[in-house]
Design a protein around this ligand. Structure first.
Ligand code: OAD
Length: 249
């Protein structure tokens, strides 16, 4: 067993309360591109032009027909991978509590995690800019964009755009979970977007051990995290959870 995996196993088995923070990297093996780096979404769409709330409010038709249409195609067909299932397996073993995710794909819940905080919202849901009513994205007419509510208002995705605040309940619960954990597993995030990237810092300041799973080092590596297990989330989680399962028997 790799030294980093052995260390991670030791931390997980001795922890009373473990939480996870996940990012786009955990869904890459499900066929969803990340936001940064080669082949990423922000390489194709300038986030200030396509993902800022002011850009959406100025020209919702443009954003619906480009960024949202592309995300809809990718996200609606995606299924969880071994990374998501690994976190759900840890929960079944009593070794994983809250999963704080920056992802909007709903794949943790599909994999079986039961306590998921969606820090940046969920792409599967829309809300009307006028009356606030919510609808599932599959229920609106994709041929006529932007989709409109019965009241005439335009629907927006229930996701956090740049320039918007994190939903207060998600932020509060995430800060609490981070402050109360003994171990935080940080999987597949570049840790560059605030305030999500601050959660591991909160955890570390309260004495938790931080384990990263990522093919690349991040700004947390060597400063906030004690262990970086380098590799793809699905592969590493399989190795890690299998080791934990064999030792728990
Ligand atoms: P990023 O795209 O910034 O970072 C993805 C991370 O995943 C990088 O650190 C990669 O090295 C890593 N990675 C790539 N493939 C991987 C794999 N197979 N397994 C594990 N890790 C892998 O995504 P986030 O950190 O999630 O916000 O980005 C944070 C936020 O920025 C997003 O939630 C989104 C974006 O703007 C909003 O839209 C509000």
């Amino acid at each position: 067993m790799r030294e980093e995996i052995a260390k991670a196993v030791e931390y997980l088995l001795s922890s009373r309360r473990t939480v996870a923070l996940t990012g786009a990297g955990i869904s890459v093996e499900s066929g969803i591109p990340p936001f940064r780096g080669p082949g990423s979404l922000w390489e194709k769409f300038d986030p200030m032009e396509y993902a800022h709330i002011n850009a959406f409010l100025k020209d919702p038709e443009k954003i619906w027909k480009t960024l949202i249409a592309e995300m809809r195609d990718v996200l609606m067909n995606a299924a969880p991978n071994a990374g998501h299932f690994g976190l759900a397996r840890l929960e079944k073993l009593g070794l994983m509590g809250t999963v704080i995710t920056q992802n909007i794909d709903g794949l943790h819940q599909k994999a079986g995690s039961t306590d998921v905080i969606e820090f940046h919202g969920n792409f599967a849901w829309l809300s009307c800019l006028e009356c606030g009513i919510r609808k599932e994205i599959g229920q609106v007419n994709a041929a006529d964009l932007p989709p409109r509510c019965d009241c005439g208002g335009i629907f927006r995705p229930d996701c956090v755009f740049f320039g918007e605040l994190i939903p207060p309940e998600a932020l509060d619960r995430s800060q609490q979970a981070s402050a109360q954990c003994d171990v935080m597993l940080v999987v597949g995030t570049s840790a560059t977007v605030q305030p999500a990237a601050y959660m591991p810092v909160i955890a570390r300041q309260r004495g938790a051990a931080i384990i990263e799973i990522n093919p690349e080092p991040t700004p947390l590596t060597g400063t906030t995290s004690q262990v970086l297990v380098q590799g793809k989330a699905g592969e590493v989680m399989n190795e890690l959870v299998s080791a934990v399962e064999s030792l728990k028997k």
